[in-house]
Design a protein around this ligand. Structure first.
Ligand code: PLP
Length: 359
């Protein structure tokens, strides 16, 4: 298997892929693949419900939350959130932390009034705003936050207390990578393709009282209450993706739940950050040390030429996905849940070899 440091779609656990392969053609002795089954049948519905229950169980079964499966990725959530939650005379509040927060507010601006409650743009997003500097507007409909900026490589370690204002969080690139207190949030959501499964489904975990009655003018597929009332089976769901999510959730349980995967994630990230910090300046981390992400490790070399050489040499050694996002350049190692520790070790070894060959 490749050393897969892709930012997304990302590596899936080998055990999950092998389990899925074993069941691919004949699921549970039905003579069919899970993706050939009716989404209205008992066999698929059991998988669908199990994935929802397993997800809530990993989050400690807080009361009042529902899991929805929605197509269109996290990007469609950027639009659905203001469409559903931004009422007349209200203001949508956003914390600006990087490329994905910018995309989220862009959609809200198409729908209604917005307010930047805090921003680290002045630091070129190399820092994160302090929680106490987040200033909500009057009539705030919600505060939207991006827990992990996939492109810049920053990650919030704690979340703000917004009182009665609903806190909504895009956790696309760090969901289920560490424990978090769901009860702090009115809604969290994530495109599946990093920590949860294949692309094609966004997972929304939302307090039920938020979505019982969506605005009447919204089309059915863009209303949260459609998904709530129909258990995300109003239309044909991405059934194979949801089956895969259930298998990934089983794998997380086997790894010791969120505490277990967090420990592994911290070890992997620390190994790579240590290699950067002990390189005598050959490698330089892009963001302030206290906001470094455990999921997306961004770093640079002295020149863009050298970075190109690094990427080329890494590919020759079986590494995939180390080129930084085209909008910011540099290098990025994405080390999501499924990246094996051995891959992080191999990267560190390669980084040292590359440095030795150039100095
Ligand atoms: N939000 C974050 C933090 C992301 O990293 C991404 C994708 O990389 C998205 C949103 C967009 O997700 P999607 O491609 O599922 O629309």
């Amino acid at each position: 298997r490749a050393y897969n440091f892709n930012a997304g779609p990302a590596a899936l656990p080998l055990e999950v892929l092998e389990r899925a392969q074993a069941e691919f053609v004949n699921y549970g002795d039905t003579g069919m693949s899970i993706m050939e089954m009716s989404h209205r049948g008992a066999v698929y519905e059991a998988v669908h419900n199990e994935a929802q229950e397993r997800l809530l169980s990993l989050l400690g079964n807080p009361s009042g939350y529902k899991v929805l499966f929605i197509q269109g990725g996290a990007s469609t959530q950027f639009a659905m959130i203001p469409m559903n939650f931004l009422g007349q005379g209200q203001v949508a509040n956003y914390v600006m932390t990087g490329s994905w927060a910018e995309k989220a507010i862009k959609e809200a601006r198409l729908i209604g009034e917005t307010h930047v409650a805090a921003s680290s743009e002045a630091s070129k997003y190399m820092a994160l705003p302090e929680l106490q500097d987040i200033k909500l507007s009057d009539h705030a409909a919600y505060l939207h936050l991006t827990s992990n900026e996939t492109i810049e490589g920053t990650q919030f370690k704690e979340f703000p207390d917004t009182g009665s204002v609903p806190l909504i969080c895009d956790m696309s690139s760090d969901i289920l990578s560490r424990p978090f207190d769901l009860s702090q949030f009115a809604m969290v959501y994530a495109g599946a393709q990093k920590n949860l499964g294949p692309s094609g489904v966004a997972v929304v975990i939302v307090r039920e009282d938020m979505i019982t009655d969506s605005p009447k003018h919204l089309p059915s597929m863009l209303r949260y209450d459609t998904y709530l009332k129909n258990n995300s089976l109003y239309n044909t769901p991405p059934s194979f993706g949801i089956y895969m999510i259930n298998e990934v959730l089983k794998w997380i349980q086997e790894k010791g739940g969120l505490e277990g995967v967090q420990e592994l994630n911290r070890k992997k990230a620390a190994l790579i950050y240590d290699a950067i910090d002990s390189s005598g300046g050959f490698y330089r981390g892009c963001v302030n040390a206290e906001v470094r992400s455990d999921m997306n490790i961004t770093f640079r070399l002295g020149t863009e030429e050298l970075e190109k050489e690094f990427v080329k040499a890494s590919e020759q050694e079986g590494f995939v996905g180390l080129k930084g996002h085209r909008s910011v350049g540099g290098l990025r190692a994405s080390v999501y849940n499924a990246l094996p520790y051995e891959s992080a070790q191999a990267l560190v070894q390669f980084m040292q070899q590359f440095q030795n060959s150039r100095s």
